[in-house]
Design a protein around this ligand. Structure first.
Ligand SMILES: Cc1cc2nc3c(=O)[nH]c(=O)nc-3n(C[C@H](O)[C@H](O)[C@H](O)COP(=O)(O)OP(=O)(O)OC[C@H]3O[C@@H](n4cnc5c(N)ncnc54)[C@H](O)[C@@H]3O)c2cc1C
Length: 291
């Protein structure tokens, strides 16, 4: 690891100023489970590391008019927070499958977003719930839809000096449910070969789909919404045939690579299966049939 300066500001403005005025590369540090490993391997060599864990705005975890998750809040805190377990179970489940207990105790949801790995597990459920990201920078604060955050592998829309402050999820609408599943060839401590997060809201008579969001992981340079599949599902009864057709359509939004963990064709098949399974679970939840 190359030598670097370390700062741990107590407030957001100081963090932004440090990052904005740094002469070389400067990077925020949350749990460090991605950044420290990357620095050890010299894949990143920031001259300045700005620890954001002492900043109060980044440690918020509250459920009032939606869910507010500070960007430095750990996956363990999120998965154990009662309103998340009750109202956003797909996010709780994703946070609880990242790495191991030790990793979850360190890893922040903000770090999962900002590392911008296509395989990030907590991103698809957050995006499927309609998350908005609050970003602070030298020019003030801005908000963007979470799905617009990613530019490519390891790249986000964050400009120099900008910090992700919080992830905000709207209150779940009535008759809605969500689910996230990934495929890994072993039980844990592996990167998703493919993942799918599904969200559905049913019509007032609960017969058809009023809205849907389907978010794919590890099958494109960034997490990606399967918008054609979502549009196909909207207004339809969620029977087995429709769900299977939705899986087929969702797979068309994938543009995977082949690597040691799976071929592109295998990943396409996984998207079909995971879409069917997550839609089934989301539907159960929307009908109040599942926890
Ligand atoms: C053994 C192991 C297993 C893992 N398993 C999984 C897994 O199963 N699923 C999965 O998705 N990931 C996994 N990961 C990756 C990692 O744990 C997650 O991506 C985690 O959420 C990163 O969060 P962090 O707080 O540690 O981020 P950090 O390492 O602190 O930061 C990650 C990146 O985000 C930037 N950053 C952090 N916070 C901010 C902010 N507020 N504003 C702007 N930029 C910021 C940093 O500069 C850095 O570039 C694993 C990692 C390890 C080491």
């Amino acid at each position: 690891m190359d030598a670097f300066e370390y700062a741990a500001p107590q407030n957001l403005q100081d963090a932004v100023t440090l990052l904005a005025e740094a002469s070389g590369e400067a990077r925020p540090l949350a749990g460090g489970t991605d950044l420290i490993a990357q620095m050890k391997e010299k894949r990143r060599s920031p001259a300045l590391v700005v620890d954001v864990k002492k900043i109060s705005e980044l440690n918020v975890l509250s459920y009032e008019a939606g869910l507010h998750i500070g960007a430095a809040v750990s996956c363990t805190q999120i998965a154990e927070f009662e309103p998340v377990r009750v109202h956003y179970p797909a996010l709780a489940e994703a946070c609880a499958l990242i790495g191991s207990y030790q990793i979850q105790n360190r890893a922040a949801l903000g770090g999962n977003f900002c590392n911008a790995a296509p395989s990030a597990d907590a991103v698809p459920p957050a995006v499927s719930y309609g998350a908005t990201l609050v970003i602070a920078g030298p020019g003030g604060q801005r908000e963007i839809p979470s799905e617009d955050f990613f530019v490519g592998p390891g790249q986000t829309v964050l400009e120099k000096g900008e910090v992700l402050v919080e992830i905000v999820l709207p209150p779940p609408p009535p008759r809605s449910g969500a689910s996230y599943l990934r495929f890994i060839p072993r039980e844990e401590m592996d990167i998703a070969v493919a993942g799918v997060g599904s969200f559905v809201q049913l019509s007032p008579d609960a017969r058809t789909c009023e809205q849907a969001r389907l978010v794919l992981a590890a099958v494109a340079p960034t997490p990606v919404r399967a918008k054609e599949a979502e549009a196909f599902l909207t207004g339809k009864a969620l029977d087995d045939t429709t769900i299977a057709q939705t899986g087929e359509l969702a797979s068309q939004a994938a543009s995977p690579i082949s690597d040691v963990r799976g071929s592109a064709a295998y990943r396409i098949e996984l998207v079909k299966v995971l879409t069917r399974r997550t839609l089934g679970k989301a539907l159960e939840r929307a009908r109040g049939e599942a926890s």
